[in-house]
Design a protein around this ligand. Structure first.
Ligand code: 5GP
Ligand code: MG
Ligand code: MG
Length: 183
């Protein structure tokens, strides 16, 4: 899919496919350096992080393992409550392992904050975070994030794994939705 398939659903392309791919190469190089000689487990947070995980993992030169978690924030509407429920847990025991959580986007940060304390209680050797997108203006908690692709304005975005009502995940770029789509 590309922007020409989108009709009037998007108001703009915020991050192009080329920009995403270049940034992922950069982050992969940092990760290769940081974990040199160590076993690394990438933990992708479903479903949004599927695209980042797939591209990041293939951009790495080091062999890694991959596992997945699915979580959902309780609470109504589009705001995350910070009360999180595990829909799918890891298959792997992460005790003593080097874990890098791979995220699509950090909005309020409440979901990730909960996830990090949950994972940290399992005794990993290290626990760090890489996210493609972050909305600094929306932050409700301070989280130490080691790799951030792009800081973006506080707008609802879709594409490259991110959905609105399960749509738009397969766009290869990040765009902002037009208001008539919500209405
Ligand atoms: P947080 O707990 O940081 O507020 O919410 C994180 C989750 O909310 C993300 O993993 C994502 O599923 C969803 N989310 C937050 N902002 C956006 C956005 O701009 N677009 C989309 N599609 N999902 C978002
Ligand atoms: Mg996510
Ligand atoms: Mg979603």
């Amino acid at each position: 899919m590309d922007v020409n398939d989108m009709g009037t659903d998007l108001t703009k392309v915020l991050v192009t496919q080329e920009e995403i791919q270049a940034k992922i190469e950069e982050i992969a190089a940092e990760i290769d350096r940081e974990y040199e000689g160590k076993d690394l487990l990438l933990v992708g947070v479903l479903k949004g992080a599927v695209m980042v995980m797939a591209d990041l993992a293939r951009a790495l030169h080091s062999p890694v393992k991959m596992d997945w978690m699915a979580v959902s924030s309780y609470g109504s509407g589009t705001q995350s409550s910070g009360v999180v429920r595990i829909l799918k847990d890891l298959d792997t025991d992460i005790a003593g392992k080097h874990v890098l959580v791979v995220e699509d986007i950090i909005d309020s940060g409440l979901t990730l904050s909960w996830l990090l304390s949950n994972l940290s209680s399992r005794g990993p050797a290290s626990l760090r975070v890489a996210t493609l997108l972050r909305k600094p203006e929306a932050a409700k908690v301070d989280i130490d994030v080691q790799h951030v692709g792009f800081d973006i304005p506080n707008e609802f975005v879709v594409g490259y794994g991110l959905d609105y009502a399960e749509r738009y995940r397969n766009l290869p770029f990040i765009g902002t939705l037009a208001e008539h789509v919500y209405a």
